[in-house]
Design a protein around this ligand. Structure first.
Ligand code: P6P
Length: 336
């Protein structure tokens, strides 16, 4: 029995004092995500064994084939959040519009909203490559009653009260911030507890890993092309190492530990990039900044962007500050 490491539950209680204005609800919210993570992890780990693979025969709001595990993960996180009567509304990559929480005790009066990508990178499931869940938590800005899309969901990323991800990899980790640094917890599947394995995670100020889908090179702007050539040049501390898993959470997690930059830029085929502002880029940007890194769209801070719709996309450059600043330099030099 691991009595040396702090469990996630103990950590949340010990850090309750940081959650100003919260009467323990934010702690209970993060605990409900912890429970859902364990349930999804169980299914992800045996996805190859049971008939849970393969598209569910439907497509999601993004027009992408919905893998059964996508659908399953979405239902697990929604029910964990709804059953605890903590949130007043949920937005998900798998849902066209946000969901208001009815339930008893006027659940719609609850003060938090959650935005989630229940299973990011799900196209990797069938090839046994790690996938992840990404979540973003805000306090509602409307006083009571049914939450409102513009005021409660379309808030700037800098208004987040907490954000994090679960990476279902060689081990399953939950990494989150509540505005007081980033901490990583590793699941001990034997006893179903998350233990504090990566306290106070920090991006190295610089690094030598760059993560981008070079297959799209021909579609990139000149600024992105020039930065890629810079990373590949045999000069100074370069060439950098190219690592791209095709699962943002995994690429981000590795880069935060080792130092690096993850880029999903705009391209001729994807003028706004591919990744979603509300439930992918904003939570990742919050974690990035809390870990001492930088997250921009190539020109502007991600968390200052005013959202206009639930599923909007933005380009993202995130990771070690000096690497992001160098990439931004190439973007600005080539700004059309
Ligand atoms: P591409 C997975 O679909 C995802 O949203 C991210 O997790 C990942 O980094 C990216 O898209 C991969 O996209 O176009 O390079 O296959």
């Amino acid at each position: 029995m691991d009595t040396k490491h702090t469990t996630l539950g103990e950590f949340i209680i010990d850090n309750q004092k940081h959650f100003k204005y919260s009467s323990g609800e934010l702690s209970r919210l993060i605990n409900s995500i912890r429970l859902a993570a364990k349930i999804v992890n169980h299914e992800v780990n045996k996805a190859g064994l049971v008939d849970i693979l393969g598209a569910a025969g439907e497509t999601n709001i993004q027009g992408e084939d919905q893998q059964k595990l996508d659908v399953y993960a979405n239902e697990v996180f929604k029910s964990a959040l709804i059953n605890r009567e903590i949130v007043c509304g949920i937005a998900s990559e798998e849902e066209e519009d946000f969901i208001t929480v009815q339930g008893k005790y006027n659940a719609h009066d609850n003060k938090y909203v959650v935005l989630i990508d229940p299973l990011d990178g799900s196209s990797n499931i069938d090839v046994n490559v790690s996938v992840g869940t990404i979540f973003s938590i805000y306090r509602r800005t409307t006083p009571l009653g049914m939450p409102v899309k513009k005021e409660d969901f379309l808030q700037k990323g800098k208004e987040q009260v907490a954000a994090g991800y679960i990476v279902y990899g060689t081990s399953t980790m939950l990494v989150y911030t509540a505005g007081y640094g980033v901490n990583g917890f590793t699941l001990n599947p034997a006893i179903g507890s998350f233990y504090l394995s990566h306290p106070d995670m920090k991006f190295p100020e610089t690094g030598n890993i760059f993560s981008i889908n070079e297959g799209n090179y021909a579609q990139f702007s000149q600024g992105v092309k020039d930065y890629i050539k810079y990373c590949q040049a045999e000069e100074d501390d370069r060439p950098y190492t190219f690592r791209y898993i095709g699962s943002m959470v995994s690429d981000f997690h590795r880069n935060m530990i080792k130092g690096g930059i993850y880029i999903y830029p705009a391209s001729t085929k994807a003028p706004k990039g591919k990744l979603r502002l509300l439930y992918e880029c904003n939570p990742i940007a919050f974690l990035t900044e809390q870990a001492g890194g930088k997250a921009t769209d190539g020109f502007n801070r991600i968390m200052d962007i005013q959202p206009t719709e639930l599923h909007e996309r933005v380009p993202i450059f995130c990771g070690s500050t000096k690497m992001v600043e160098k990439a931004e330099l190439f973007m600005k030099l080539n700004k059309e």
